[in-house]
Design a protein. Structure first.
Length: 164
């Protein structure tokens, strides 16, 4: 999965691929192998291919990620191309219906009908091409209808939920 990351004034491409039990990550032109494990709450354990292991704290608010590692704090905006495409479609007047941009499997639904959500709130997780993609609310609204269930496989263009 390809992403665009922005830290301060610098923008760079990030690509993430599953590799065994871990990940292969490309930052600009450099590839690294890493395992990232949820250690509870906001704490993550990161092990690099050379055996070095780190404990880090990760807070996420929409596309903003705050990472604390060894006393240093870094804030990075990670932009998912699927979210960018969805924003363009929403700006073009696609209404309140959120649709799958590609085939995949709904792994989790993060909201319930009647929930009030703000722009950027995670609505559901769609696994596509072996990557979990958080589908976020394109605008503030109320979840009127959920058309899918966890575990359901969907085609590209399938209606996932509606925001009113």
């Amino acid at each position: 999965m390809k992403f665009v990351a922005q830290h301060e004034e610098r923008t760079f491409e990030v690509e993430v691929e599953r590799s065994g039990s871990g990940y292969r990550v490309r930052l600009d032109d450099r590839w690294i192998h890493a395992d990232l494990v949820d250690a509870g709450g906001y704490v993550r354990s990161l092990r690099l291919e050379d055996g070095k292991q780190f404990s880090l704290i990760h807070h996420r608010n929409g596309t903003m990620h705050e990472i604390t590692l060894g006393g240093s704090n870094v804030t990075v905006e990670i932009i998912d191309p699927l979210a960018l495409r969805r924003r363009r479609e929403d700006d073009a007047g696609s209404g309140g219906t959120i649709k799958a941009l590609m085939p995949g499997r709904v792994t989790r639904i993060l909201v319930a009908e009647g929930d009030t959500v703000r722009k950027g709130t995670g609505l559901l997780i769609l696994e596509a091409m072996k990557m979990e993609n958080e589908i976020q609310a394109p605008a503030d609204g109320i979840v009127d209808r959920i058309f899918v269930t966890a575990g359901q496989t969907v085609e590209g263009g399938a209606e996932l939920l509606h925001l009113g």
